[in-house]
Design a protein around this ligand. Sequence first.
Ligand code: SF4
Length: 367
Amino acid sequence: MARAEPGAPSGAGSGTASATAPGAVPKSAEVDARALHLILHPTEQCNFRCTYCYERFEIGRMAPDTVAGIKRLLAARHDLERLHIGWFGGEPLVAPDVVRELSRTARTHCALHGIAYSADMTTNGYRLTEPLARELVGLGIGSYQISLDGDGEAHDRTRRRANGAGSFATIWSNLEALMASDLDLNILLRIHYHRDNLASIEALIERLARAFPGERRLELHFRSVSPLGGENDRDFPFVERARRQAVERRLAEALAGRLRLRRRAESGTCYACLPNSLVIRADGTISKCTVALYDERNIIGRLHPDGRLEVDDARLRPWLEALVCGDPAARACPLRALASNGARDEVQDASSQRHSRGKAEGKRVGA
Ligand code: SF4
């Protein structure tokens, strides 16, 4: 995706709402406007009710007007060199038909105009069967991020389905089928730890290392569960920030190099501060950050059914300022830079827990 270096994005302008040409993104000398990074929510419903989840599930599946708007927005961007779509939600596989329809449009458009196309998906893995994954890989979705909270029971205690039942057995059997297949994909397993599941995480590490020895398509990433404003935050056994490094070191030692491990990224540029990176929610709202879903400052505009992006420059500007302020922490998480001092720790936690792929993986979106 677009390379972003410190610069002066010109998209932050008058402070009034403006209608931007379909697909147009603010330009600067440093930001490659011929690359577009879209994070799409095909639905904001989820088949899980994780005990620490902060989402409210108020918006359902992507409205036909929003689907039409995305298609028209893409159709207007034959000037692109690269297009990357990140599928997010809700659980994107609750609305696989939306994923299929827009993926076909994106692939066809990119093939027709010589645009490099890539896509990834953040999913809970419950519906990611081998036949569906085969279809999605065929549609260009080559990378997946799946979270596990322990081995069996411990996972099921926090990653509950909407009906209260556990989810581990099905996710594991999908994982086995995917790893037994010849599919050309990558799976990042985010292993969520908290005070009460550490022994189970070590058991999970053993299970993974034995089941998939040396599997290059798998990568593990240890992350603490953090308070993000969910209704159970008060009683949840979070690991204190000061202890997390030691815990992650211990888990890495248990893995002992038997599978690939992605280390915590200390720096990088979050997609939220790049002008050519947009979150399009299921109702057509345009945002920048995939965590602050209920923060007014994160609502920067609207996608219209005709493909027009109506962006409020005054709301966009603070997100882009992280690129020019020279503070690596602000670039790593512009939401943190926006937050008041009192909220900083929570935002820092938020920045580590549930993201679309990209910054969460320590990648520079755009590099
Ligand atoms: S919480 Fe911070 S790092 Fe995460 S998406 Fe939002 S702005 Fe980026």
